[in-house]
Design a protein around this ligand. Structure first.
Ligand code: ZN
Length: 254
């Protein structure tokens, strides 16, 4: 058996043929600028690592879960004027998601979790449309809000801020530039009160909001904070995977 049979990219047919996988996890990121100091692959990196560690913990607890290769492109319609931000429209994502789910359906893998790493991605409406047409139980988790980040950070931030920077300092320190090269992630707010207060919503035009492409100040980030948050998030997600693996999809309600 492969050393990590819960990571599909590392696993051969020999293992897959003999394993009764219960839950597939699809990490989904984005390819976009993250202030001056974090790489374009940050969201896919975070989603893939959260998925892998959560799957490891769930596997060790007896759940048969498998992480699929991460999808690197997210919804970035507000960043089309930033060089090499690559947009994948929601309608394209819905088609990709449906193809993945239908593949699993035909192979008898009953559950799929989309593990989201990018704020511009929202899989809920896609799942609402897909679910009645597909026999696989599909659900989604945004990794950054399954644990309250406030106890872990001074100011978590939205994009390339303290939370993401700390996480990347823990997961991939070789890909993070020194913090004195980062911008302060200062972001302009909407003038219209409802939009500014957040109870009305519209997508933001990124280059009109922030100079350095960040939203949130990374100055207080440390690898130590990132490690603590990563452990808390992966504990939570792995517990969910264990629960989901043993759940009967015909009896999901109390
Ligand atoms: Zn990000």
């Amino acid at each position: 058996m492969a050393a990590d049979p819960y990571i599909l990219s590392h696993t051969t047919w020999k293992t897959v043929r003999g394993t009764d996988y219960q839950v597939a996890i699809l990490p989904w990121g984005a390819t976009e600028a993250h202030n001056y100091h974090l790489p374009y692959g940050t969201d896919a990196y975070e989603a893939a690592h959260v998925a892998a560690e959560s799957a490891k913990k769930a596997w060790d607890a007896g759940a048969r879960v498998v992480v699929l290769p991460a999808i690197p492109f997210g919804v970035n319609t507000g960043q089309l004027d930033i060089r090499l931000c690559i947009n994948m429209n929601p309608s394209t994502q819905a088609a990709v998601l449906a193809d993945v789910a239908r593949s699993l359906e035909s192979q008898g893998i009953p559950k799929l979790v989309v593990l989201n790493g990018h704020g511009g991605n929202d899989f809920r409406q896609m799942i609402r449309e897909l679910q009645p047409k597909c026999g696989v139980f599909v659900c989604t988790v945004n990794f950054w809000n399954c644990v309250d980040p406030k106890p872990y950070f001074d100011e978590p931030g939205d994009h390339g801020g303290e939370l993401e920077t700390s996480l990347m300092m823990h997961l991939a320190p070789n890909l993070v530039l020194p913090l004195d090269e980062a911008g302060d992630g200062k972001a302009k707010k909407f003038k219209v009160a409802g939009l500014r207060e957040g109870w009305a919503w519209a997508p933001r035009e990124w280059t009109k909001v922030t100079e350095d492409t960040g939203v949130g100040n990374p100055a207080a980030a440390t690898a130590e904070k990132g490690k603590k948050f990563f452990e808390a998030v992966t504990d939570r997600v792995s517990g969910f995977l264990v629960d989901l693996a043993s759940a009967d999809v015909a009896k999901m309600y109390e």
